[in-house]
Ligand binder design. Structure first.
Ligand SMILES: [Mg+2]
Length: 428
C-alpha cells in the first residue's frame, strides 16, 4: 500500500538551545552543566537555557532572578551575538543545500520547502535526517527537524521531541496527530488567549477542530476561524524565500548639535518610529535596542539593552532608548543621534491574532499609521505630540484622538538609514 502523495513537503528546522549550545561548544568547561545565556543583571531575562538547566524549570524569557532562584548553581554567560551570527551563517548555508526556498525565522530557525526534492532524498524522513547530519557536520551542533505538509504542523513537529528530534507527520495523519495537544500549541494563542479559551471550555486542539464554526465566530471573532483552520491542519501559507538582517539602524547627522534632552529625545523618537515601521514592513521583531550618539569631537558612544520581549512597536523602542541616551547625556552635545535594533526575529504569525494582549492597542495604532504613510508619503502623519515642539515627545500614551494630519516640508528620506550585515544570501 502506498501512502497518499504529499501536496507540499515543508521542513521546520530549529537548533537546540542554540545560544547555550554554542557556548558549550566553545568552552568545554560549560559542557554537561546548566548554562543560562543572558545578561548578568538579575533584572534581565534568560535568552536561552541549556538542557541541563531545564529540569529546574528554567526557560527563555524568564526573569534572571527567578531562573537563579530555581537553579542557583547555573552558570550565567553573557550573549555573544557576533559568534551566534557566524554559526547561523553555516546553518543557513547547510539548509540552502537542500532547497532554493528557505525562510529564516531567526538566527537558529528556518522553514525549508522540500517539495519536488524527493528524487534526491527518497522520503521526507531521509531528507530530514540528511539536514540534521549536514548541520552537525558544519557546526558540531544538533538541530531538531519537523516535516509535514504545512508550516504550522512542521513547526509543532520540530518542537515535539527536542533535543535532536526528528518528527515526520504525513498529511493524512496531521489532524489526528494535533488533536491531543493543548490549545496553546496553536499559533495565535498567547497566555491571555489561552486563558480565555480554557474559560470557554476549549482545552485541546481537537476541541477547536470540532467546534461549531458559527459558535467559534461568535465567541472569538475572526480568531475563531483562524484557529479552527490550524486545528484542522489547514495552513496555506507558502515558505517565503527571503533575507533576514542582523540589525538595522536609523541615524541622523544633525545640522546643529543636539544639546538638550528634549532635542536628543526628539531625534530618538524619529529613529524609533522609522525602525518600528521597517520592522513591521519586514515582519520582524527586535530583541535588542542600541543607542548611538556621536559627540562634537567625533567620538561614537553606544549603549544597548536587551528587551524583556521582542517588539515591533516604536513606542516601546523609544521608551527603552531614553535611559540609554540619558546615561550618555553628560558627554554631549551630539552631532549624530540614532538608534539600531538587533536580535531580529521574524514574526511567525503567532501574535497577529492575540486579541486580548494589552499592547494590542499601540500595535493597531502604529499599523494604522503605516497604512496612511504608505498612501500619503513618508511623514504625512505624525502624532500631534511629536510635531517639533521641544519637550512634547514625552507625553502620555498616545490615543487615536491624538492623531492629526500634518503637511510638512521636511525631506521624506533620512539619509542615515542603514541595514547592516545581511547574512542570508539568496541562493543563485
Ligand atoms: Mg531554537
Amino acid at each position: 500500500m502506498t501512502a497518499s502523495p504529499w501536496p507540499r513537503i515543508i521542513a521546520h528546522a530549529d537548533m537546540d538551545a542554540f545560544y547555550a549550545s554554542v557556548e558549550q561548544l566553545d568552552d568545554p568547561l560549560l559542557r554537561g552543566k546548566p548554562v543560562i545565556v543572558g545578561p548578568r543583571s538579575r533584572r534581565g531575562v534568560v535568552l536561552t537555557a541549556s538542557y541541563e538547566a531545564r529540569p529546574f524549570r528554567v526557560g527563555s524569557a524568564m526573569p534572571m532572578a527567578k531562573a537563579l532562584a530555581r537553579c542557583p548553581h547555573a552558570l550565567v554567560v553573557p550573549p555573544r551575538f557576533g559568534r551566534y551570527e557566524a554559526i547561523s551563517r553555516l546553518v543557513m548555508r547547510a539548509f540552502a543545500d537542500f532547497s532554493p526556498v528557505v525562510e529564516p525565522i531567526s538566527l537558529d530557525e528556518a522553514f525549508i520547502d522540500l517539495t519536488g526534492t524527493l528524487h534526491q532524498h527518497g522520503t521526507p524522513a531521509i531528507a530530514a535526517r540528511r539536514i540534521k547530519e549536514a548541520v552537525f557536520a558544519a557546526t558540531g551542533l544538533t538541530v531538531s527537524v519537523g516535516v509535514s505538509a504545512t508550516k504550522f504542523v512542521a513547526k509543532v513537529a520540530s518542537g515535539y521531541s527536542k533535543p535532536d528530534g526528528l518528527t515526520v507527520v504525513p498529511p493524512e495523519a496531521a489532524v489526528k496527530w494535533l488533536a491531543p495537544l493543548p490549545v496553546a500549541s496553536l499559533w495565535g494563542v498567547g497566555a491571555k488567549t489561552e486563558a480565555r479559551l480554557m474559560a470557554l471550555g476549549y482545552r485541546t486542539v481537537a476541541d477547536i477542530a470540532g467546534a461549531d464554526p458559527a459558535r467559534l465566530q461568535k465567541q472569538l471573532g475572526s480568531l475563531g476561524a483562524h484557529l479552527r483552520a490550524l486545528a484542522n491542519a489547514q495552513d496555506p501559507r507558502p515558505v517565503a524565500r527571503r533575507r533576514v538582517a542582523h540589525s538595522m539602524g536609523s541615524d541622523r547627522t544633525l545640522e546643529q548639535d543636539a544639546v538638550t534632552d528634549a532635542e536628543v529625545r526628539r531625534y530618538l523618537k524619529r529613529s524609533a518610529d522609522r525602525l518600528g515601521r521597517r520592522l513591521r514592513e519586514k515582519q520582524l521583531k527586535a530583541g535588542g535596542v542600541r543607542v548611538r550618539l556621536k559627540t562634537a569631537d567625533f567620538r561614537l558612544l553606544t549603549r544597548q539593552v536587551l528587551l524583556t520581549e521582542p517588539t515591533d512597536v516604536a513606542e516601546e523602542l523609544f521608551r527603552v532608548a531614553i535611559p540609554l541616551a540619558d546615561a550618555l547625556r553628560a558627554q554631549g552635545p551630539f552631532r549624530l543621534v540614532g538608534m539600531a535594533v538587533y536580535e531580529l526575529h521574524a514574526r511567525d504569525g503567532s501574535e497577529q491574532f492575540d486579541l486580548f494582549a494589552s499592547r494590542d492597542r499601540q500595535q493597531r495604532l502604529e499599523r494604522a499609521m503605516d497604512a496612511v504613510s504608505h498612501r500619503f508619503g513618508d511623514i504625512s502623519l505624525r502624532r500631534a505630540r511629536d510635531i517639533a515642539r521641544p519637550g512634547t515627545v514625552m507625553g502620555d500614551a498616545p490615543t487615536l484622538d491624538g492623531l492629526q494630519y500634518e503637511e510638512t516640508d521636511e525631506e521624506s528620506q533620512e539619509a542615515g538609514d542603514w541595514h547592516a550585515e545581511e547574512f542570508w544570501q539568496e541562493p543563485p
